[in-house]
Design a protein around this ligand. Structure first.
Ligand SMILES: Nc1ncnc2c1ncn2[C@@H]1O[C@H](COP(=O)(O)OP(=O)(O)OP(=O)(O)O)[C@@H](O)[C@H]1O
Length: 464
């Protein structure tokens, strides 16, 4: 064999017509020829030939596929940050073939992640979808190619159809959309921000508005207000007003503010975009608002909890030990004024300490209605008692269940022993859950419970 030291200069192989289609073709064939005429033993030579051939076939196939895709294929790109990604993945997961891909990713089914199922086998069920690579599947007689590539924080999906029309891809996307919408119809989708983008956090079963116990007149006046807002887009546009509405939900912890937001979303079939200001900057907040859909609920929970408090003489007053947000008050006010965000959003801010909030944050126009969530009065206590002990149509009768009349008597006895507006509905519900199989025990134990709760509250106040 010649070596460079012998004065041998490797000859550049002449270009062949194949190089036009497969760049590097001549170089590979020239190397192969040299191997064939060399003096290594036959086995090594054959092995090298095999490797070169396999590499070439792989390269040629990938290249040919690229050419076909470019010239004869139609491709849809599905961005990871968009809900179309969830639609596509939802469809793919339903298909048996998705398990047959060479590389699959296992995930816990997000929609059932939060449920404790009756049957242990159904708890945290796994689902699979293709991962890192391509695979073909057939849809309505057409061959489509699913390709996925993972990056550090995201995943790129493309779907390609061979042919000169994209119709089959649009048809397929429509089917993904329809299946996904049918699936989420009875659920409320909650988005949260993750690394500066909105991602689905969970899907909860819809919550009927009747399960939130509060003044019924107040509840229905708010429902009416929201309904009118959703129906009146034109009215706002005609008057040159920004089409948005804001509510401040305030009251002690455990009085139903989050539950109310969830039930409003269920009632009007809106998605919730839940924001926690503590780990955001002005820029990210602004971007998140720009990416909101045109109709949704933005839920800013515990807006007082991140040091965005009343500014007096230019200085922010903040509780000690309160984490301060990197979001400035002016940054928040800007996004709430909504010039850069899509119109139609309903803002719900919740707080336990409305008096600590800056006036500017809750002035009319930013907050259109303030809704007070109170601790339980006897009406609410009675409703909570019924909520726990009234049999639902799909539940079996059990030992210890009482008839309608007896339940009514017990309800009154229970409600009359609950002091007015002293305990939150969450606290009372917690007590009732301890006796959830016996309304009689709940009534028998309520007096002692009230005494103990008062003692505990007093001790807590002294310590803190
Ligand atoms: N008004 C209410 N009607 C029915 N259930 C209630 C009500 N208030 C509280 N609950 C019960 O208490 C639980 C906690 O309530 P929720 O989280 O809605 O309170 P919150 O006011 O948002 O509390 P926090 O201010 O601590 O966030 C709920 O899951 C629900 O079961």
């Amino acid at each position: 064999m010649h070596a460079h030291g012998d004065g041998y200069m490797p000859m550049r192989p002449p270009m062949s017509i194949m190089d036009v289609f497969f760049p590097g073709f001549s170089t590979v064939t020239a190397s192969a020829q040299q191997l064939l005429v060399g003096d290594e033993n036959t086995f090594v030579r054959l092995l090298c030939m095999g490797v070169i051939f396999a590499t070439f076939v792989q390269y040629a196939t990938a290249y040919a596929k690229k050419l076909i895709d470019r010239h004869f294929g139609r491709t849809i790109h599905i961005p990871f940050t968009d809900e179309s990604y969830d639609m596509v993945i939802h469809w793919i997961r339903q298909q048996l073939f998705s398990r047959k891909a060479h590389s699959v990713i296992a995930r816990i089914k997000t929609e059932e992640r939060t449920f404790v199922q009756d049957q242990p086998a159904r708890e945290k069920p796994l689902c699979y979808s293709p991962w890192q690579g391509s695979f073909n599947f057939s849809y309505n007689g057409h061959q489509l190619v699913f390709h996925t590539r993972a990056n550090e924080y995201s995943e790129d999906i493309t779907i390609t159809a061979i042919g000169t029309s994209s119709d089959i891809l649009f048809e397929w996307m429509e089917e993904c959309r329809a299946q996904y919408l049918a699936f989420v119809r009875e659920k409320v989708t909650i988005f949260q921000h993750q690394d500066g983008i909105w991602k689905i956090n969970s899907r909860r079963a819809a919550k009927d508005i009747s399960t939130v116990i509060m003044d019924e007149n107040l509840k229905y006046s708010i429902l009416k207000d929201i309904q009118e807002f959703l129906d009146d887009q034109k009215w706002y546009i005609n008057r040159g007003m920004l089409y948005k509405r804001g509510y401040l939900l305030h009251g002690d912890p455990g009085t139903g503010k989050s539950s109310f937001c969830w039930s409003i979303a269920s009632h009007f079939k809106l998605e919730i975009y839940s924001l926690n200001l503590s780990n955001l900057t002005d820029n990210t907040l602004s971007r998140l608002f720009t990416e909101l859909p045109s109709r949704c609920i933005v839920f800013l929970e515990d807006v007082d909890a991140v040091g965005l408090e009343r500014e007096i003489a230019g200085k922010a007053q903040s509780r000690q030990n309160t984490p301060r947000s990197e979001v400035s008050l002016s940054g928040l006010l800007n996004v709430l004024d909504g010039v850069s965000s899509p119109e139609g959003r309903i803002l719900m801010m919740s707080t336990n300490r409305p008096h600590a909030l800056d006036e500017a944050l809750i002035r009319p126009g930013r907050v259109d209605k303030k809704i007070l969530f109170k601790c339980a009065d006897s009406y609410m206590a009675a409703q909570l008692f019924r909520k726990i002990f009234q049999k639902q149509p799909n539940e079996d009768k059990k030992l210890g269940d009482v008839g309608e009349d007896e339940l009514e008597r017990l309800t009154k006895a229970f409600a009359s022993q609950i002091p007015e507006e002293e305990f939150s509905p969450a606290t009372i519900e917690n007590f009732l859950l301890q006796h959830k199989h016996s309304p009689v025990h709940a009534v028998d134990g309520v007096q002692e419970w009230v005494v103990n709760e008062r003692k505990a509250a007093k001790a807590w106040t002294v310590v803190s």
